[in-house]
Design a protein around this ligand. Structure first.
Ligand code: DOR
Ligand code: ZN
Length: 417
């Protein structure tokens, strides 16, 4: 039996515990356990591994930005043990062939567990794409994604997804409400693709929801949260919580939906503290330094982030702004529920996905520590607390950011209800 020992987060409490693992599953949790091997982490915290339901790993088609191996290495470096990859790769995951192709790629290269989104173009496509983990619709134009032109069509997809036993994630911006002209700065970008356009798309989609499982990607304002239909879930990105349109990031800060005003940003943070947001997700959307080093209007939207959710947000736990319990449920427990997987808690019978972290350790955020293939991060130089170790189903995958076991990732499967 393999044992991981430290101050473990179990049932909402931190206690010194030994976690016994066999065949990737937690089989015992005791004060002491004899193990071979035994990893002893003293008074460092052991938390359930992170689950990021929104990453763009760019493979196939754009592997100069990222690929499954590099993206999952960064995930492990940041304590994320499961990712769900977005369908706007090339070709887009809108056909069974494209889905099979991506599954082949991910299965042979992923260092952490993964799920795959498909993007149906109508409700009729859903059945043939049922092997996908979940579904994604884009209600406004964005990188290489088929846009769903009407809310009725999106509603039809949502109804079909309900029958498939999973959820639909929606990128909500209403292009009918976009401002005129081309944005040349972060503040203009925020005005053109405004909070009103975002909230309107959420409200319109909500009208077609019925009782189907709807997940709203990257909400950026309280207005958006208010528009969210009862029972739908949502995610928030660290960049919308920690950066705003006044940031001196130029084209690197360009992202859809945009960074908002300082007031909207702090209100969003407050909503997280109030428990109104179910989960963190990174919307990790890397582009190269070269691609971002052009005029604002020509730059692609998106920024990397899969390795910095825990390092940045755990700082707020340490400062007693964010309760540890909320952090863990947003980083792991709630995304596990959304996906219906046997992860997201340190409990006998669950997958042994663990992250070891010492909140007293502070390290500046750098692209190198994040292992980013794109070689930049919008949080460069910020205070971070990076994990000491990351375990995926009992395998030590990453140690101080260094990859120590390769390609252990598997496609996740939903628990039978
Ligand atoms: O900023 C964004 N970048 N928003 C999206 O919806 C897509 C993403 C990307 O893939 O680059
Ligand atoms: Zn995205």
């Amino acid at each position: 039996m393999l044992v991981v020992e430290g101050r473990a987060y179990i049932d909402g409490r931190i206690e010194p515990r030994a976690i016994g693992i066999e065949d990737g599953t937690i089989v015992a949790i005791k004060k002491q356990l004899r193990g071979d091997p035994a990893y002893r982490y003293g008074d460092a915290l052991i938390l359930p591994g992170g689950i990021d339901v929104h990453v763009h790993f760019r493979e196939p088609g754009m592997t100069h930005k990222e690929d499954f191996a590099s993206g999952t290495e960064s995930a492990a470096a940041g304590g994320v043990t499961t990712v769900v990859d977005m369908p706007n790769t090339n070709p887009p995951v809108s056909t069974p062939d494209a889905l099979r192709q991506k599954l082949r790629i991910a299965s042979r290269s992923a260092h952490v567990d993964f799920g795959l989104y498909a993007s149906p173009t109508s409700g009729r496509d859903v059945e043939s794409l049922r092997e996908a983990t979940a579904f994604k619709v884009y209600l406004a134009e964005t990188t290489n994604a088929p846009v769903i032109p009407t809310f009725e069509l999106a509603g039809g997809i949502l109804a079909a997804v309900a029958g498939a036993g999973t959820y639909m994630s929606a990128h909500c911006e209403d292009p009918r409400l976009f401002g005129k002209g081309v944005a040349t700065s972060l503040e203009e970008h925020h005005r053109v693709r405004s909070p009103r356009a975002e909230a309107s798309a959420i409200a319109e989609l909500g009208k077609h929801r019925g009782s189907a499982p709807l997940h709203i990607a990257h909400v950026t304002t309280q207005e958006a949260l208010q528009a969210k239909p009862e029972g739908a879930t949502c995610e928030v990105t660290p960049h919308h919580l920690l950066l705003d349109a006044t940031a001196k990031l130029g084209p690197r800060g360009k992202v859809n939906p945009p960074l908002r005003s300082p007031q909207e940003r702090t209100d969003l943070f407050q909503a997280v503290l109030d428990g109104r947001v179910e989960m963190f997700a990174s919307d990790h959307a890397p582009h190269t330094v070269e691609e971002k080093s052009v005029r604002f209007e020509d730059a692609p939207a998106g920024m990397p982030g899969v390795a910095t959710i825990l390092p940045l947000m755990i700082r707020y736990v340490r400062r007693q702004v964010l309760p540890l319990e909320r952090f863990v449920s947003m980083f792991s427990g709630n995304p596990a529920k959304l996906l219906g997987v046997n992860k997201g808690a340190i409990e006998v019978g669950r997958d042994a996905d663990l992250v070891v972290v010492d909140p007293r350790k502070i390290q500046p955020v750098t692209a190198a520590r994040c292992r980013y293939k794109c070689e930049w991060t919008p949080f460069d130089g910020a205070e971070g607390t990076f994990p000491t170790a990351t375990f995926v189903r009992g395998e030590l995958v990453s140690q101080e950011g260094e990859l120590v076991a390769e390609r252990v990732g598997r496609m996740i499967t939903r628990k039978k209800p």
